[in-house]
Design a protein around this ligand. Structure first.
Ligand code: AMP
Ligand code: ZN
Length: 462
C-alpha cells in the first residue's frame, strides 16, 4: 500500500516515492527556544510525529532531522526586527545561552510527555555556524547575494523560480507591507543570509565571518542542516502553515540556487494552526497556553489533536479537551486488566481500514473512528480488540496497552488518604468551601481530584 501525502508545492495529494531505497528523509523545522512551546506549536509536532509513525508503520526507515533555532530568528520576517533570543535574555536578565538551554530541555520534556518520538538527529543553529557560512559562500559564488549596511542578502530576483511554494511572484509583494521596512533591500522578498552586529547593540551571540562579525539569518540554518544530513535533495519537509510564504520559500530559493538542483524537497507538508476561539495563538501574541497549563493528561491533548485532520484549523476549547480526556480515560479503564495475548491476532479488516485512513494523507479522525467502531463490534472478542489496539497504538501513541494504560489509572498521592476522606465528607455534607479548599491543596501538589458517580473520589496526576 502506498502512502499518499498532500504536497503544498504541487497542491496535490501524491504517493510517496522515497529517493533512497533504504530510508526516507524527513526534515521538520524545530522550535525557536526563546520561550516555552505552546500547545499550538505542539500540535504541529504531533502532526509530524503521526507522519513519522505512519511511515514506520508502513515498514519504512525514517531519517528524521530537526533544528533548534537558538539564534537569528528575528521579531519580524522583514530582517529588521530584533533577535528573539537576545530580546528574551534582556527581558529575563539571563544569558541567551541559558535561555536556549532551558527552553530546549523543556521542549524535549514536552515531546516526551506527548509520546512524540525524538528526531534521529537534532542540530542547534549555534553549533552549525561553519556549515551555514559555507553555504552562504557557495551562494556568493553564484552571484545571487548583495551587501547592505546591515547584512548580506539573497537577491530573490536572481532566482526566477522564487515564489513556487506560496505561488507569489517577487513583484507581488508590496514594499511597505508589515514585514518590509528595510529600505536598502532591492526587493521586499529579499532576505538576510548574514546580519552584522551593530556597534550600538551589544550582542551575546556573534561570530566572525568573511563579511563581518554577526550572526546568520534564520532561514539558512534549515538549508544547511537538512542538506548536510539528508542530501541536496530529499523526501519530506514539514512545518506549520505560517512557514510557507517566507521561511520555506526562502529555504527553497537558497538551497536550489546553491545546488542548481530542483526540487530541493519532493513533498512539503504543512500543519494548520491551533486557535483559541476566534484568535490565533502565538508566543508573541502573549496568549500562549502551555502543556503544563492543561489539567488533564498530556495524552488527552494528543488525542484531541488526532480528532482533527492536520490540514484543518483546530479550535481549542476546554470542553473539547475534557471530552477527549474522558474518551481516553474510558479506553484506559477498559484496557486496565486486559493482558495482550501473544497468540491472538489483530483483526485484519480493521487493521486494513486503519492503515488506509492513515495512508490517505494522515486521516487521523477517520483512523480514530475505525478504532471506536472496532471497539463496539460485537463480532470480535475482547482479547482480539486489545491485540488490535496494541497495533494501532504504534501510530496513535496514546498508551493503549494494558501496562501503559494502567499507569495512568494507578492510585496516586499515597499518604493523602485522610485528606481525601475529609474531602469526600465535606462534599457529602455539601460544605463546598472546605472541599474547594482541599481540592486546591491537591492542585498545589500537582494532583487533580476526580469525583466518581458513587460519591467517592480519586486522585490523578495533573
Ligand atoms: P516556532 O517555535 O515559533 O519557530 O514554531 C515552531 C513550530 O510551531 C513551527 O512549525 C510553527 O509553524 C508552528 N506553530 C506556530 N504557531 C502555531 C499554532 N498556533 N498552531 C500550530 N502550529 C504553530
Ligand atoms: Zn526551518
Amino acid at each position: 500500500m502506498t502512502v499518499q501525502l498532500y504536497n503544498t508545492r504541487t497542491r496535490k495529494r501524491e504517493p510517496l516515492q522515497p529517493l533512497h531505497p533504504d530510508w526516507v528523509g524527513l526534515y521538520t523545522c524545530g522550535p525557536t527556544v526563546y520561550s516555552s512551546a505552546h500547545i499550538g506549536n505542539l500540535r504541529t509536532y504531533i502532526f509530524e510525529d503521526v507522519l513519522r509513525r505512519t511511515l514506520e508503520f508502513n515498514g519504512l526507515t525514517v531519517r528524521h532531522v530537526m533544528n533548534i533555532t537558538d539564534v537569528g530568528h528575528l521579531t519580524d520576517d522583514g530582517d529588521m526586527g530584533r533577535d528573539k533570543m537576545e530580546e528574551s535574555a534582556k527581558r529575563e536578565r539571563k544569558s541567551a545561552w541559558d535561555i536556549a538551554a532551558h527552553h530546549t530541555q523543556e521542549f524535549f520534556d514536552d515531546l516526551q510527555q506527548l509520546n512524540i518520538e525524538p528526531p534521529t538527529t537534532v542540530l542547534k543553529a549555534t553549533e552549525t555556524i561553519d556549515l551555514q557560512i559555507d553555504l552562504i559562500k557557495r551562494l556568493e559564488t553564484k552571484g545571487v547575494t548583495y551587501r547592505t549596511s546591515d547584512g548580506l542578502y539573497f537577491d530573490t530576483a536572481k532566482f526566477p523560480a522564487y515564489g513556487q511554494l506560496s505561488r507569489q511572484k517577487v513583484s507581488d509583494k508590496k514594499a511597505g507591507a508589515r514585514v518590509d521596512i528595510n529600505t536598502e533591500k532591492k526587493h521586499p522578498t529579499d532576505f538576510a543570509l548574514w546580519k552584522f552586529s551593530q556597534p550600538n547593540d551589544q550582542r551575546q551571540m556573534e561570530w566572525p565571518s568573511p563579511w563581518g562579525t554577526g550572526f546568520p539569518g534564520w532561514h539558512i540554518e534549515c538549508s544547511a542542516m537538512s542538506m548536510k544530513e539528508l542530501g541536496e535533495q530529499f523526501d519530506i519537509h514539514t512545518g506549520g502553515v505560517d512557514h510557507i510564504a517566507v521561511h520555506h520559500e526562502n529555504e527553497i530559493a537558497q538551497s536550489e540556487a546553491a545546488t542548481g538542483k530542483h526540487p530541493f524537497v519532493n513533498i512539503w507538508m504543512h500543519g494548520e494552526f491551533l486557535k483559541l476561539p476566534g484568535k490565533r495563538m502565538g508566543k508573541s501574541e502573549g496568549n500562549a497556553v502551555r502543556l503544563g497549563d492543561l489539567n488533564v493528561s498530556p495524552l488527552a491533548f494528543r488525542y484531541l489533536c488526532l480528532l482533527t485532520h492536520y490540514r484543518k484549523p483546530l479550535s481549542f476549547t476546554s470542553t473539547s479537551l475534557e471530552a477527549a480526556a474522558t474518551a481516553l480515560m474510558n479506553l484506559w479503564v477498559l484496557l486496565e486488566d486486559q493482558p495482550v495475548d501473544p497468540v491472538v491476532q489483530p483483526i485484519q479488516p480493521y487493521l486494513e481500514q486503519f492503515t488506509a485512513a492513515l495512508n490517505n494523507d494522515l486521516n487521523t479522525p477517520e483512523a480514530i473512528g475505525v478504532m471506536h467502531t472496532m471497539m463496539s463490534d460485537k463480532h470480535f472478542s475482547q482479547s482480539e480488540k486489545v491485540a488490535t489496539l496494541h497495533v494501532f497504538d504504534r501510530v496513535l501513541a496514546l498508551d493503549l496497552q494494558p501496562e501503559t494504560a494502567a499507569q495512568h489509572l494507578q492510585p496516586v498521592g499515597a499518604g493523602y488518604e485522610s485528606l481525601l476522606e475529609d474531602y469526600e465528607t465535606a462534599r457529602r455534607e455539601k460544605r463546598f468551601t472546605i472541599s474547594d479548599k482541599i481540592r486546591q491543596q491537591f492542585a498545589d501538589r500537582g494532583l487533580t481530584v476526580e469525583d466518581l458517580p458513587d460519591g467517592t473520589s480519586r486522585l490523578r496526576k495533573q
